[in-house]
Design a binder for this molecule. Sequence first.
Ligand code: ADP
Ligand code: ZN
Ligand code: ZN
Length: 757
Amino acid sequence: MKIAQIYVNQLNINLDRAFDYLVPESLHNTISAGDRVMVPFGFGNKKIDGVVYKITDFTDYPTAGLKNISGIIENYPKMTENQLKVCKWMQEKYHCFFMDGVNSYMPSNLLIKSAKDSEGKRIFYISDSIKREKVYRLTDQDKNLEACLSRLKKNASSQHKIIKALHSGPLSYKELKERALYNKPSLDALIGIGMIMEEMMEESEQTDDALQGTFPKIKLNAMQKTEFDKYQKSEHDTFLLHGVTGSGKTEIYLQMMEEMIKEGRSCLYLVPEIALTPQTIGRIKGRFNDKVAVIHSRIKDSQRFVHYMDIYDNKTKIVIGARSGIFSPFKDLGLIIIDEEHENTYKSGSRPRYDTIETARYLKSLYGAKLVLGSATPSVISYHKALNGEYQLLHLPERINAYPLPEVEVVDMRNEMRNGNRSFLSKGLFLEMKEKLRKKEQIILFLNKRGFYSYVFCRDCGYAVKCPKCDVAMTYHSTGNRLECHYCGHVEKVERICPSCGSSKIKYSGTGTERIENSLVKYFPDVKILRMDTDTMKKKDSFENTLNAFSKGEADILIGTQMVTKGFDFDNVTLVGVLLADLTLNFPDYRASERTFQLITQVAGRAGRGDKEGKVFIQTYDPDHYVIRHAKTHDYIGFYREEIKYREERDYPPFTQLLYIGFSGEDLNQVTEDCRKYYDKLLLNLESNGFSDYKKDIYQPSLSSVSRINNKHRWYILIKTEHIEDISGMIRQMSYSNEIKNMGSAIIIDLNPNTLL
Ligand code: ADP
Ligand code: ZN
Ligand code: ZN
């Protein structure tokens, strides 16, 4: 007897366990863990797909009651043992469904078809939804162009043109048509003499994957070499590469990968966001070209499937991806690099709510791989681990070209106010901007708030315009003259009369990037300005286009939200202005200081990357804050020392872990009651399971600080504890109890979430 334990493809807490099925005789020799199968499910025996988790020879259920597996889905890629382990690990650690993990690996909605084979047996397969199109290509693509042309009659001009065009690569009917080269008789003639052929090819990939040029290997300088040697000789398998912007980290990553590929193993290179890192991706492709696959969210499922198979078959040696790239089907993963490891995009905000670094550490142990985290401003957690000896620390304290880091001037905006300057630009920054513009140098201004005005309120009664669906102030946008909620996207017309008291004294205040752009035009009328925030970056490629335009000098000033702080170099940028550091500093989150230090340091690193000296202005109302003081001297370690003290005093990570249990629903009473009920049950369970010591780590249920989003009221419980893993299993079991499952509120469990708001 063979039993298969199968997870079915349904995201439902009641079905989030393996079900036992009988393996029919005909599959005894073929089936194994990781196979995708069809099974009859439920009372109606509806056929659904699932994944074989394990094959065993026993079951706790009477075999007479077990159903038979219907069949293996023939061309569905099999999951590897390691992948199944990751799914199980995530299910337990991140309180998600097993299938959430499976769906992270696999294109999730491939169409499954069934048919009868020649012997009348029912078979299952996925229909190949990859779009193919007919293309024309040279039969001998390597032959030189002159030689090709010499075979044609001199007066066959249309044939000449076609051959010239095809010499740089195959073209489809549509592409030939677009270039006015489609000429049926000529094409037929060329096919007739065997010079070109027709072929079915997969529809072309996104063009942004195209190779942008080569990027030859650079000889490491002495400092890089020392750190690289440490890496090679180390007994550690996890490294933190701390290096200022421009210190040559990327070159080290490239050489680490080269070495790993030579050993025949694959590499994973993760970046915070694919669209925001074109320069890094260009370099990797420029060095390793066809060994590289870039996985991004715009890939269609069918394309994802092609990538999947190439990685699975070991054809792809380097996978570049954002967070979800961690779910690539590696056979032999040797190295994981997480670039800009401090970025919060590495934590998933939706189910499965995994942390990429933690998942990478787990993968590393499964594969016996190396893990390299890199940043100019490492996360406090990673740096703490490096100092503890959990990671090996590698350090590059200086820029490659020995250009000094830019001088930073901190401006106390209270003084500006006292001196009668109510503008968003301090006098110092304004004068410096004038000077740089005169010299035709470029400027980046950073303000972490999009929109025009950030508040709209009534001067008579104080009523502030809030989103009708959320407990959040509406932002005024001049584009479209509208109010927008930044939480749910709700849009309203501008209020002229106070909805509360009828007064017409509506006041707009607060500043966003739109307003800055608008005022800059007044201060500097002849200057070309580009704005970069989620409003201007909605279209595909707009980020790259803006970057290109700016790097070509088509604009003098780039103003934007945190997008402008990302890792790209512009030689001609000599001035950076942080317009209001306090925006992020005063954010109600224990990581606000860390986040602000990172943002300021990152954006400051954009100045003075060429041979001209850079300068940075930080405008703030809190110039003595330790974040500002240490950002001024580019002193990460100084910052870290103060920050870690604060974390220890208040029991925040890395000294504890946070487990957020959130409740939401439309009925406020219900949500409140559910949250309280959960809390009581949690305390009881801790008691009865011998975890009384942990009761002090559970915080009272409370209303979330954003108490309503999209008409859903929100309550939460916070657990702040040193050893969350001790009680995690118990909490998980609780979630599966009927009492909790059947609560009216939606429950979210999030380990070390990005935000507690
Ligand atoms: P980071 O990743 O730390 O910001 P990069 O790797 O981008 O730094 O290096 C900054 C610049 O210095 C790049 O233009 C890079 O090509 C160049 N560079 C890196 N290593 C060397 C080296 N050993 N010799 C000369 N130039 C180098
Ligand atoms: Zn009013
Ligand atoms: Zn809203």
